[in-house]
Design a protein around this ligand. Sequence first.
Ligand SMILES: [Mn+2]
Length: 379
Amino acid sequence: MTLSLIGYLKFLRGTYLRDFSGASLTIVCGNQSADLDSVVSSLAYAYLNYVKYPQIPIIPIINIPKQDLKLRKDIIYVLNKTENIASENDLFFIEDIQQLKSHFKGVNIEAILVDHNKPQGQANDIIDSVIGIIDHHEDMKISRENIKKFNGPDIIQVAGSCSSLVTNYWVKQLGNVDALKPISELCLSAVLIDTANMKFKVETPDIEALKVYKATLPPTYGIEQFYTDIKKNKDNLDGLSLYDIVRKDYKEFNFEYKSKNVLLNVGIAAIVKPVPWLLTKFGIEDFQKTSSEFGKHLDVFIILTSFNNSKGQYEREFLIMGSKNEILDQIQDKLADKLELRKVSNVVPAVLNVRLFNQLNTKASRKQIAPYIEEALCS
Ligand SMILES: [Mn+2]
């Protein structure tokens, strides 16, 4: 009998952790935005590892607190539809691994990082050694010493979706596509969202992975419909406060400013609706309150929006705010050409003290923009 993903997760929480007495616990961890790609990549990695090496189970970690999963309606929809995972209690979140670490005193937490290549957020305090990386972001060049020692994957490659790299890695390890079958619909969800149904940012690894999914799904499977349904859930912000919308897909970075001695805190939120939509829905006062609450501990706060306009064309906006104009000027100057920024006036009231631009280079997402900002600040 083939083990299901939910079966594997229940085994981890049950027998495996109950009887655990080892010196090290292995986790696979996605990035702190915990988007569909990160969640799928870590679940798929852990599951396929178990197929190949059942003697060394790996715990897939979602790099956010459990209560924040409810903001991600696309993930909830996909896990429920494809794997019958209907309760967040079946999954492992950042607090689970914190608890395990204090419960098994002295245990070494070894981590495979997927969809990022340097420990992020609270995971940074928990992980003792990185023993593998599969990612499609810029290389942050952490030490590879333990990866070599453990013979773990060290893959950083351009791909629309990190999940494609995970799939291709395991197909190679396993020598065939059969083991993918129970999770191929789950994996498919990530590449569809990351490439807008294979129309955008598609790279060779994505095409390769899609072949695997098609080979393991029924021939009549409706890919188009699946994509439409996930997208509908992803874009559904009903019932969420502005604060929730901002933190739903959010990453924080520490960038050096001019010298190694000064570190700036830069927060970047990605939102699926345009700024005017947010202002109309929540009002200027809420926008002001939320952004100052969010920006409290930040030097720079950036909101990146991406959406289809009323004509169905894909658009992006770039909004930047912060208390130090010199820093904002520097970022704006250095990014203006790369992102093809066009200042928008008369949309955002002056009282909000933000700079809003249309970003005509719609290909650049946070993955590209964060390194641009880092570069802009250090020069
Ligand atoms: Mn990704």
